[in-house]
Design a protein around this ligand. Sequence first.
Ligand code: CMC
Length: 442
Amino acid sequence: MTTQQTATSDAQAGSGAETLTIVDNRTGQSYELPITDETIRATDLRQIKVKESDFGLMTYDPAFMNTASCRSAVTYLDGDNGVLRYRGYPIEQLADKSSFLEVAYLLVHGELPAQAELDSWVHDITHHTFVHENVRTFMQGFRYDAHPMGMLESSVGMLSTLYPESKDLTDADNRMNQIVRLIAKMPTLGAFAYRHITGKPFVYPNNELSYSENFLSMLFTTGVPKYTPDPRLVKALDVLFILHADHEQNCSTSAVRSVGSSQVDPYSAVTAGIAALYGPLHGGANEAVLQMLRRIKTVENIPDFIEGVKSGKERLMGFGHRVYKNFDPRATIIKKACDDVFEVTGVNPLLAIAVELEKIALQDEYFVKRKLYPNVDFYSGLIYEALGMPADMFTVLFAIGRTPGWVAQWNEMLQDKEQKISRPRQVYVGADERDYVDIASR
Ligand code: CMC
């Protein structure tokens, strides 16, 4: 800190003013910027110039490490203390007491529904689970070994062609119709993708079943008139969906907001979210965790694996988080859900490796120093596998769970008067102007 900055902060100390004084040492000029909600407006910095023709000061924040891109009332996250709340309700209480569709209503509408509101919401979602028959033929066009996330991504994009009225973003009822459709159709599309890659006929939705039960039925019904999954598995799946339902401005939600800010239809915006979630550093991590556990193979191999991580050869997948620096509350709930599922399915042999890996990592200086803890993906893959899902379906489950969050944030963004088309600035570091050189002379 320079002497001048120290003097300024001393002078301001205790004044109680909700402002920030900046002294530009290039010019000696001082600027007072308002502080609101612990933030300053990046555009307020633009007045800081050396000469009038300057563009003005910008902030440089690759990967948005310290930039709030919106005001949101959907999800509260305190990474240092492991707190996650949807619309003010702690995730622990919602996972324990609520259902996924009730949580979806909460995220989208902002309040928990009264019974009649919930009934009507569940009815609407249930009666929009069917997809146009063209989706069926579209799905059949994929190769036998297509990744289901690629299929989900494309088929959600395809929905925009089926609902051209979704382009009208000005009508709140119209937006809500698309929100219902998206939440309703995601499990159908995910299940169709699964049936395609496993060479099985598509199973149509069954309106008598709950959301999660219906999804399991569309995945696993084979040659029986009525498929009845164990209610403990249905509950576990519902809890997993709740845990994934929103996570404020993560990579995929930012993608939905950013793409949606161009005023494109919500199917196209959610397709962007699915694409972002597909990546191994985001939703793809649960699949990567299972691959990692399989590669480690035995508890005895863990120390060698940890050494590989510490020497930078690879990452311990399912560990670490941009925001959680203490623990991920979702991981704690999932670990408990593991026990309920394994009671029905028998213990996944990879669990022993996961538990030991977690134990060793949590005691190791490398992970402690960097505040790396298990995240939501560390145990979720084990549950999905126990439910009978192949690893490449894991991220599809994440996407189904995250859909209410994406659409709630998209709807919020559209109603936010401060929002405009997303368009970050850059610091140009390329070549100065130079003349074109004819190819023969290069
Ligand atoms: N294994 C080993 N080292 C790690 C890991 C890991 N999983 N995560 C972070 N580090 C190290 C990293 O190498 C760096 O060390 P150093 O300071 O010596 O260079 C330090 O910790 C900080 O890491 P970072 O990459 O700067 O942190 P980030 O905030 O950019 O990344 C993350 C967050 C989630 C992408 C990262 O922790 C990671 O790659 N984890 C594994 C993938 C994973 O589990 N992703 C799921 C996230 S939770 C679900 C979701 O919301 O998508």
